[in-house]
Design a protein around this ligand. Sequence first.
Ligand code: 5GP
Length: 185
Amino acid sequence: MAESGKAPLLVVLSGPGGVGKGTLATALIAADPKLALSRSWTTRPRRKDDLADAYVFVSEQDFLAHRNQQGFLEWNKFLDHYYGTPVPDPETQQDLLLEIDVAGGRQVLDHQPDALMIFVEAPSEAEQRRRLLSRGDDPTRAEERIAEGKRETQEAKDLGYSFITNDNLAQTVTEIKELINEKRG
Ligand code: 5GP
């Protein structure tokens, strides 16, 4: 429980690949000592732009064993690989930022309807494609991610996410900080 006695806030950051969620998450955590980043587990291979601590990289066998022990708050299979948020430490004092897909966001809302749901969009599809290719996705994977992003956008609308276009990093960080502060009250 947080100091106020309230359960920590869950802030869910979703959006298609290549919109800059990782950079946003890093900036938000750096600017807010009350916010901690949840470190997901994944079975996907490490990518060249992944920071060393971006994920806990595990085998499919280890992922499924952890899932079967109810070790995840939410999990999903996204484009052939598993991703999951470990159950947060119940003693945590900090609010938690989850950078997860919309299917995972839906599961979070089931547990905590009060979670703050934010969907980040790219300024344009061309810019999203450019970012995906420059970070090391092959062209087929990039197109799959763009198509999946369109499907996710619709699902996020249905779930009532707040939408933000990431045109400018500093401005987007400010907008998200405002949403978090409003929610903290
Ligand atoms: P990437 O392969 O680009 O790192 O991530 C692919 C997608 O999986 C992104 O939409 C990312 O937000 C999502 N993701 C990352 N970690 C998790 C997680 O723990 N749970 C869920 N449901 N999605 C995740």
